[in-house]
Design a protein around this ligand. Structure first.
Ligand code: SF4
Length: 267
């Protein structure tokens, strides 16, 4: 691993944030055909959900930077003593000679869970369905915004952001959610109350929450040869000044690169 000095600029992302969900993103999560306009009744439901979330939503995200101490087999040991167990994460970090990683947490907040449950009780499945999709879109947007902000920050440090990975996918056990959440909880930079809990099942509460990890490397010469290792290959942010590689996805499938599907354990 190459030991090089890092800039001391703090991570650019923490705390509550406003989110703007593009209509296209919401339509995709509602499984609406992208080539057809939404009907008036659906547009009215979306407008109602937007108004409700603007007033009651509690979008929040945080990111914490950690040094990688060692990568042995499927295990990634961090400088604070945490050990993550994920074959895919270990392989990606090892191949890219990553020496740091960023743990990201995002949630749409507890109020959306409460409201959705109430709507089901009130026999309003239509509104509950749109609100549920809106919550998913919020979490995706928060993670995407966090990742995008990290890209510029990392570029100034001479680093590249790798593709994000989360527990529950690609053989990474859900059990590591608690470890990642603990890292967020113990971050000395974070002064607010942690709005996410890890349940014994491995799931998160609120439901519309997600944790993810991105590796950081200076070895652009290496990662540009490793298929899909750099986050840019799944990002179609058209005018990004920090782009390293062309996106490998058509625009229609871009959003799915940061989609929050159900973890394997919940299927
Ligand atoms: S194009 Fe690449 S550098 Fe730019 S935001 Fe997307 S992943 Fe980051």
């Amino acid at each position: 691993m190459i030991a090089m000095p890092h800039s001391n600029a703090p991570l650019p992302t923490s705390g509550p944030i406003d989110v703007e969900i593009p209509a296209r993103e919401l339509a995709r999560l509602l499984r609406w055909p992208l080539d057809q306009p939404v009907t008036e009744p659906t547009a009215a439901l979306i407008a109602e959900v937007r108004r409700w979330f603007a007033e009651h939503g509690q979008p929040w995200r945080h990111a914490r930077l950690l040094d990688i101490h060692a990568i042995v087999g499927s295990h990634v040991a961090l400088s604070d003593g945490t050990r993550l167990t994920s074959p895919v994460l270990a392989e990606q970090l090892r191949d890219a000679q990553a020496d740091q990683l960023v743990v990201m947490a995002a949630t749409a907040g507890q109020a959306i869970d409460t409201r959705t449950a109430k709507l089901w009780q009130q026999d309003r499945p239509d509104l509950a369905f749109v609100l549920d999709a809106y919550g998913s879109a919020v979490v995706e947007q928060l993670l995407r915004n966090t990742r995008d902000a990290l890209c510029g920050w990392a570029d100034h440090r001479g680093q590249v952001v790798l593709r994000h990975l989360s527990p529950g996918y690609q053989g990474w056990p859900l059990a590591d959610q608690a470890q990642l959440l603990r890292l967020i909880d113990k971050d000395p930079r974070r002064a607010d109350d942690l709005p996410i809990d890890a349940l014994t099942s491995g799931s998160l509460s609120p439901k519309k929450s997600q944790l993810a990890v991105v590796g950081l490397t200076r070895r652009t010469d290496l990662v540009e040869q490793v298929d899909g290792a750099i986050a840019c290959t799944r990002c179609t942010l058209r005018d990004c000044e920090f782009r390293r590689l062309p996106a490998q996805f058509a625009e229609e499938t871009f959003a799915s690169s940061l989609t929050t599907p159900r973890p394997e354990a919940e299927r």
